[in-house]
Design a protein around this ligand. Structure first.
Ligand code: FAD
Length: 193
Protein backbone atom coordinates (compact mmCIF):
# COMPACT_ATOMS: atom_id res chain seq x y z
CA UNK A 1 0.00 0.00 0.00
CA UNK A 2 3.04 2.20 -0.33
CA UNK A 3 3.37 2.60 3.44
CA UNK A 4 6.35 0.29 3.79
CA UNK A 5 8.66 1.49 6.54
CA UNK A 6 11.55 2.12 4.18
CA UNK A 7 12.88 5.16 5.94
CA UNK A 8 16.12 5.59 7.88
CA UNK A 9 15.79 4.24 11.37
CA UNK A 10 16.01 7.31 13.60
CA UNK A 11 16.88 5.47 16.79
CA UNK A 12 16.60 2.10 18.41
CA UNK A 13 13.23 0.67 17.39
CA UNK A 14 11.15 -2.30 18.22
CA UNK A 15 13.23 -4.25 15.68
CA UNK A 16 16.39 -3.30 17.57
CA UNK A 17 17.80 -1.80 14.38
CA UNK A 18 20.90 0.35 14.86
CA UNK A 19 20.31 4.07 14.18
CA UNK A 20 20.76 4.89 10.52
CA UNK A 21 20.05 1.37 9.27
CA UNK A 22 17.20 1.37 6.79
CA UNK A 23 14.44 -1.13 6.15
CA UNK A 24 13.51 -1.85 2.54
CA UNK A 25 10.00 -2.18 1.18
CA UNK A 26 10.29 -5.94 1.69
CA UNK A 27 10.63 -5.40 5.43
CA UNK A 28 14.27 -6.49 5.46
CA UNK A 29 17.34 -4.37 6.20
CA UNK A 30 18.14 -2.55 2.96
CA UNK A 31 21.86 -2.63 2.21
CA UNK A 32 21.77 -0.17 -0.69
CA UNK A 33 19.66 2.27 1.37
CA UNK A 34 22.12 2.33 4.27
CA UNK A 35 25.48 4.01 4.76
CA UNK A 36 28.20 1.42 5.28
CA UNK A 37 29.26 3.06 8.53
CA UNK A 38 25.83 2.21 9.95
CA UNK A 39 26.27 -1.52 9.42
CA UNK A 40 27.51 -2.42 12.83
CA UNK A 41 29.05 -5.78 13.70
CA UNK A 42 26.59 -6.27 16.55
CA UNK A 43 23.70 -6.16 14.11
CA UNK A 44 24.90 -9.33 12.40
CA UNK A 45 23.36 -11.45 15.12
CA UNK A 46 19.92 -9.95 14.61
CA UNK A 47 18.81 -12.03 11.68
CA UNK A 48 20.25 -9.88 8.91
CA UNK A 49 21.49 -13.00 7.15
CA UNK A 50 18.00 -12.95 5.64
CA UNK A 51 19.33 -10.40 3.18
CA UNK A 52 21.63 -13.01 1.64
CA UNK A 53 19.62 -12.84 -1.53
CA UNK A 54 21.93 -10.92 -3.79
CA UNK A 55 22.94 -13.76 -6.07
CA UNK A 56 26.70 -14.14 -5.76
CA UNK A 57 27.41 -10.60 -4.62
CA UNK A 58 28.87 -9.75 -1.27
CA UNK A 59 26.32 -10.73 1.33
CA UNK A 60 25.37 -8.67 4.30
CA UNK A 61 27.32 -11.09 6.46
CA UNK A 62 30.43 -10.66 4.34
CA UNK A 63 30.12 -6.89 4.52
CA UNK A 64 29.72 -7.14 8.27
CA UNK A 65 32.74 -9.39 8.50
CA UNK A 66 34.81 -6.96 6.44
CA UNK A 67 33.65 -4.17 8.67
CA UNK A 68 34.34 -6.13 11.82
CA UNK A 69 37.82 -7.08 10.64
CA UNK A 70 38.63 -3.40 10.41
CA UNK A 71 37.82 -3.06 14.10
CA UNK A 72 39.59 -6.19 15.36
CA UNK A 73 36.53 -6.87 17.48
CA UNK A 74 36.62 -3.66 19.44
CA UNK A 75 34.34 -0.68 19.36
CA UNK A 76 37.09 1.85 19.99
CA UNK A 77 39.24 1.38 16.87
CA UNK A 78 38.38 3.33 13.74
CA UNK A 79 36.05 1.66 11.29
CA UNK A 80 36.25 2.35 7.58
CA UNK A 81 33.53 4.73 6.43
CA UNK A 82 33.37 3.18 2.98
CA UNK A 83 32.79 -0.37 1.86
CA UNK A 84 36.04 -2.21 1.12
CA UNK A 85 37.17 -2.27 -2.55
CA UNK A 86 35.17 -4.65 -4.74
CA UNK A 87 32.21 -4.58 -2.36
CA UNK A 88 28.83 -3.36 -3.60
CA UNK A 89 28.28 0.38 -3.12
CA UNK A 90 26.51 1.79 -0.11
CA UNK A 91 23.95 4.58 -0.30
CA UNK A 92 26.69 7.24 -0.23
CA UNK A 93 28.86 5.81 -3.00
CA UNK A 94 25.80 5.20 -5.13
CA UNK A 95 24.62 8.76 -4.45
CA UNK A 96 27.96 10.36 -5.34
CA UNK A 97 28.22 8.36 -8.55
CA UNK A 98 24.64 9.13 -9.53
CA UNK A 99 24.92 12.85 -8.83
CA UNK A 100 28.18 12.91 -10.80
CA UNK A 101 26.45 11.31 -13.76
CA UNK A 102 23.34 13.51 -13.54
CA UNK A 103 25.08 16.86 -13.01
CA UNK A 104 27.66 16.11 -15.71
CA UNK A 105 24.97 15.03 -18.14
CA UNK A 106 23.05 18.23 -17.41
CA UNK A 107 26.21 20.32 -17.85
CA UNK A 108 26.69 18.90 -21.35
CA UNK A 109 23.01 18.93 -22.34
CA UNK A 110 22.39 21.21 -25.34
CA UNK A 111 21.46 24.84 -24.82
CA UNK A 112 18.62 24.26 -27.29
CA UNK A 113 17.76 20.57 -27.27
CA UNK A 114 15.69 18.98 -29.99
CA UNK A 115 12.28 17.55 -29.09
CA UNK A 116 13.87 14.08 -29.16
CA UNK A 117 16.64 15.14 -26.81
CA UNK A 118 14.09 16.65 -24.44
CA UNK A 119 11.99 13.50 -24.53
CA UNK A 120 15.01 11.32 -23.83
CA UNK A 121 16.12 13.50 -20.93
CA UNK A 122 12.61 13.43 -19.50
CA UNK A 123 12.58 9.63 -19.74
CA UNK A 124 15.93 9.41 -17.99
CA UNK A 125 14.81 11.66 -15.14
CA UNK A 126 11.37 10.12 -14.77
CA UNK A 127 12.94 6.68 -14.51
CA UNK A 128 14.83 7.63 -11.35
CA UNK A 129 11.93 7.51 -8.85
CA UNK A 130 10.94 4.17 -10.38
CA UNK A 131 14.33 2.49 -10.68
CA UNK A 132 16.77 4.08 -8.23
CA UNK A 133 17.84 1.18 -6.00
CA UNK A 134 17.68 3.08 -2.69
CA UNK A 135 13.93 2.86 -2.27
CA UNK A 136 13.35 5.63 0.26
CA UNK A 137 15.64 7.93 -1.79
CA UNK A 138 13.55 7.11 -4.88
CA UNK A 139 10.25 7.70 -3.09
CA UNK A 140 11.35 11.07 -1.73
CA UNK A 141 12.68 12.11 -5.14
CA UNK A 142 9.35 11.14 -6.71
CA UNK A 143 7.48 13.35 -4.23
CA UNK A 144 9.86 16.22 -4.80
CA UNK A 145 9.54 15.84 -8.59
CA UNK A 146 5.75 15.86 -8.35
CA UNK A 147 6.00 19.31 -6.74
CA UNK A 148 8.86 20.46 -9.00
CA UNK A 149 8.56 18.95 -12.50
CA UNK A 150 11.80 18.57 -14.47
CA UNK A 151 12.96 21.50 -16.59
CA UNK A 152 14.40 19.94 -19.74
CA UNK A 153 14.17 23.16 -21.79
CA UNK A 154 17.96 23.51 -22.01
CA UNK A 155 21.31 23.13 -20.29
CA UNK A 156 20.95 26.07 -17.92
CA UNK A 157 17.44 25.23 -16.77
CA UNK A 158 18.19 21.54 -16.35
CA UNK A 159 21.37 22.19 -14.38
CA UNK A 160 19.52 24.52 -12.03
CA UNK A 161 16.58 22.16 -11.60
CA UNK A 162 18.93 19.31 -10.76
CA UNK A 163 20.96 21.47 -8.40
CA UNK A 164 17.77 22.37 -6.55
CA UNK A 165 16.73 18.70 -6.29
CA UNK A 166 20.17 17.84 -4.95
CA UNK A 167 19.87 20.68 -2.44
CA UNK A 168 16.58 19.24 -1.21
CA UNK A 169 18.44 16.00 -0.43
CA UNK A 170 21.34 17.96 1.08
CA UNK A 171 18.91 19.72 3.37
CA UNK A 172 17.24 16.46 4.36
CA UNK A 173 20.63 15.02 5.27
CA UNK A 174 21.75 18.15 7.14
CA UNK A 175 24.39 19.01 4.52
CA UNK A 176 25.41 22.43 3.32
CA UNK A 177 23.40 23.97 0.51
CA UNK A 178 25.26 24.16 -2.80
CA UNK A 179 25.35 27.51 -4.65
CA UNK A 180 23.50 26.74 -7.88
CA UNK A 181 25.30 29.58 -9.67
CA UNK A 182 28.38 27.36 -9.50
CA UNK A 183 27.14 24.22 -11.24
CA UNK A 184 29.16 24.90 -14.42
CA UNK A 185 32.30 25.54 -12.43
CA UNK A 186 31.82 22.31 -10.47
CA UNK A 187 30.68 20.02 -13.27
CA UNK A 188 32.02 21.44 -16.55
CA UNK A 189 34.54 24.27 -16.49
CA UNK A 190 36.47 23.76 -13.27
CA UNK A 191 37.74 26.59 -11.07
CA UNK A 192 39.10 29.66 -12.86
CA UNK A 193 42.40 29.56 -10.88
P1 FAD B 1 27.02 14.30 -2.67
O1 FAD B 1 25.78 14.87 -2.06
O2 FAD B 1 26.93 12.95 -3.29
O3 FAD B 1 27.51 15.35 -3.77
C1 FAD B 1 28.62 15.07 -4.62
C2 FAD B 1 29.24 16.39 -5.01
O4 FAD B 1 28.26 17.16 -5.70
C3 FAD B 1 29.63 17.26 -3.83
O5 FAD B 1 30.93 16.96 -3.40
C4 FAD B 1 29.52 18.67 -4.37
O6 FAD B 1 30.73 19.07 -5.01
C5 FAD B 1 28.46 18.54 -5.44
N1 FAD B 1 27.15 19.05 -5.02
C6 FAD B 1 26.59 19.02 -3.80
N2 FAD B 1 25.37 19.54 -3.83
C7 FAD B 1 25.15 19.93 -5.11
C8 FAD B 1 24.07 20.55 -5.76
N3 FAD B 1 22.95 20.92 -5.12
N4 FAD B 1 24.18 20.80 -7.09
C9 FAD B 1 25.31 20.48 -7.76
N5 FAD B 1 26.36 19.88 -7.19
C10 FAD B 1 26.29 19.61 -5.87
N6 FAD B 1 21.18 9.56 0.74
C11 FAD B 1 20.49 9.34 1.88
O7 FAD B 1 21.07 9.00 2.90
N7 FAD B 1 19.12 9.52 1.92
C12 FAD B 1 18.40 9.90 0.82
O8 FAD B 1 17.19 10.03 0.87
C13 FAD B 1 19.13 10.10 -0.38
N8 FAD B 1 18.46 10.44 -1.53
C14 FAD B 1 19.16 10.53 -2.69
C15 FAD B 1 18.44 10.79 -3.88
C16 FAD B 1 19.13 10.81 -5.07
C17 FAD B 1 18.35 11.05 -6.36
C18 FAD B 1 20.53 10.61 -5.11
C19 FAD B 1 21.25 10.62 -6.43
C20 FAD B 1 21.23 10.38 -3.95
C21 FAD B 1 20.57 10.34 -2.72
N9 FAD B 1 21.24 10.11 -1.53
C22 FAD B 1 20.54 9.92 -0.38
C23 FAD B 1 22.72 10.12 -1.48
C24 FAD B 1 23.21 11.51 -1.03
O9 FAD B 1 22.60 12.55 -1.78
C25 FAD B 1 24.73 11.67 -1.21
O10 FAD B 1 25.09 11.32 -2.52
C26 FAD B 1 25.56 10.85 -0.25
O11 FAD B 1 25.17 11.13 1.08
C27 FAD B 1 27.06 11.20 -0.41
O12 FAD B 1 27.19 12.59 -0.11
P2 FAD B 1 28.47 13.46 -0.34
O13 FAD B 1 28.54 14.40 0.81
O14 FAD B 1 29.65 12.61 -0.64
O15 FAD B 1 28.19 14.36 -1.63
Amino acid sequence: DGSAPNTPNPSSSKNAMPPGMVMGPDGKPCKICTAFRHWKPGAAAEGHDRSRSHGGHTSTSAMMAALASGTAGTTTMARPDEPPPNCPPDVEQLGRATWTFLHTTAAYYPERPTPTQRANMLSLIRALPLLYPCSHCADDLGEDMAAHPPDVSGRVGLSRWLCERHNVVNQKLGKEEFNCAKTDERWKDGPSD
